[in-house]
Design a protein around this ligand. Structure first.
Ligand SMILES: CC(=O)CC(=O)C(=O)O
Ligand SMILES: [Mg+2]
Length: 218
């Protein structure tokens, strides 16, 4: 059996754990309360999409939003990881989009239903290349940006996160065992907005990485 390479973590079929409302400015723009503990939801591995393929608008949505986020790739698994040791479990990072069918999410929220149809559909998690840990020495202080058709829509810094990466790893691993190849999406800063079929999205982390995706109908 050939050894698996963490730099292709999206092929491993591992968990994608997402944090919601981790930036106060984004919680406010959607008129949501600022959380006092992390809000979590999951995407399946079939949500991954890589550059060269398109983001597909689900047939049942007319309001697909972009959310640019820093992704943390787990390199060493664990349960109940103390915050002080959390960064030892990180292999690296990826730039991610948490594509969200906002109209569907609004209906789910109003009915008290889970967000699965709004958040976990095929191609709802575009990812960049793997970024080794050494290339982002301070993941708590990097700028994320996103443009739609060359217009800047999101530009935020991970220093604005309510819950830090070590805190999130510790919190999640209390009740979900983290495994090598898992990905944690750490939430989005303000500026989320709708995308249309044939839009071109471009996103980046400072001078570390950029990625581009086209939007198509399912
Ligand atoms: C309101 C949301 O969709 C929460 C979320 O995903 C976030 O990044 O914040
Ligand atoms: Mg999100």
């Amino acid at each position: 059996m050939t050894a698996r390479n963490i730099s292709r973590f999206w092929e491993w079929g591992r968990k994608i754990i997402c944090v919601g409302r981790n930036y106060a400015d984004h919680a406010k723009e959607l008129k949501n309360a600022i959380p006092t503990e992390p809000i979590l939801f999951l995407k399946p591995p079939s949500a991954y999409v890589r550059e060269g393929s398109s983001i597909l608008v689900p047939s049942y949505s007319n309001n697909l939003h972009h959310e640019v986020e820093l992704g943390v790739v787990i390199g060493k698994g664990g349960t109940a990881i103390p915050e002080s040791a959390a960064m030892e479990h990180v292999a690296g990072y990826a730039l991610c989009l948490d594509m969200t069918a906002r109209d569907v999410q609004d209906v789910c929220k109003s009915k008290g239903l889970p967000w699965t149809r709004a958040k976990a559909f095929n191609t709802s998690c575009p990812v960049s290349e793997f970024i080794p840990k050494e290339r982002i020495p301070d993941p708590g202080n990097v700028t994320l940006w996103l443009k739609v058709n060359d217009q800047l829509r999101q530009n935020g810094c991970t220093s604005q996160m309510i819950f830090s990466i070590p805190y999130l790893i510790s919190y999640i691993s209390e009740f979900i065992t983290l495994e090598e190849g898992d990905l944690i999406l750490t939430g989005t800063p303000k500026g989320v907005s709708a995308v249309q079929v044939h839009d071109q999205l471009q996103a980046g982390i400072q001078d570390v990485v950029t990625m581009s995706f086209r939007v198509d109908r399912q």
